[in-house]
Ligand binder design. Structure first.
Ligand code: E4P
Length: 218
């Protein structure tokens, strides 16, 4: 499983990238707006920090707007992936862009049908939103498993990015369900390596070691 960072915050990205655990980054207009910086500056900053794919989302909603924006975004860096919303115009844009060799990430996927259509249109990545599905009282992880099955049956190239991950359980279950990638919020990522019993264990080992070494000095 590849790990993407779901944030536009450069400090969060650098922290995980320095651990060798950042395979890519996803952003969306809400995440970029939170940084209060210029969109182009933020995306170029991220794209030059990480080696892997960096998703930048279009804001136009017509086919013409999406394609024009995507062509511009793709010029900003070699590792830019254009994020396109799952609409009729979005599917048409993905189809055009894939023929031009521009990588796309179809976002806001909430059903197997949507994922299958996006993959057939030529999406490089499809992003089902687990957390938002769970918020509706449905099961986001089931959608990941179903999408993986369908992509495998029909030998489609698109990779599944488990998005809208809210907690450690989502991350673990998405991995078990066969997501190719999990995109993890910058604030959640550090919690993945933490465990109360690890901290307790280190504390106990250190106390025993201190006792042992001070007894040896006597
Ligand atoms: C990533 O591609 C999505 O934009 C993001 O995971 C959405 O997460 P949210 O549902 O917590 O806003």
């Amino acid at each position: 499983m590849k790990f993407f960072l779901d944030t536009a915050n450069i400090d969060e990205i650098k922290r995980i990238n320095d651990l060798g655990l950042c395979d890519g980054v996803t952003t969306n207009p809400s995440l970029v707006a939170k940084e209060g910086r210029d969109f182009e500056e933020v995306i170029k900053d991220i794209a030059s920090t990480v080696d892997g794919p960096v998703s930048a989302e279009v804001t136009g909603l017509t086919y013409e707007e999406m394609v024009a924006e995507a062509r511009e975004l793709a010029k900003w860096a070699d590792n830019i992936v254009v994020k396109i919303p799952m609409t009729e115009a979005g599917l048409k844009a993905v189809s055009t862009l894939s023929k031009e060799g521009i990588k796309t990430n179809v976002t806001l996927i909430f059903s197997v049908a949507q994922g299958l259509l996006a993959a057939k249109a030529g999406a490089t990545y499809i992003s089902p939103f687990i957390g938002r599905i769970d918020d509706m009282g449905e099961n986001g992880i089931e959608l990941i498993a179903d999408l993986r099955q369908v992509l495998d049956i029909y030998d489609l190239d698109a990779e599944i990015i488990a998005a809208s991950i809210r907690h450690i359980g989502h991350f673990e279950q998405a991995a078990l369900a066969g997501a190719h990638i999990g995109t993890i919020p910058g604030t959640l990522f550090p919690k993945l390596w933490s465990h109360v019993l690890t901290d307790k264990g280190i504390d106990g080992f250190m106390k025993d070691w201190e006792k042992f070494t001070s007894n040896q000095k006597k």
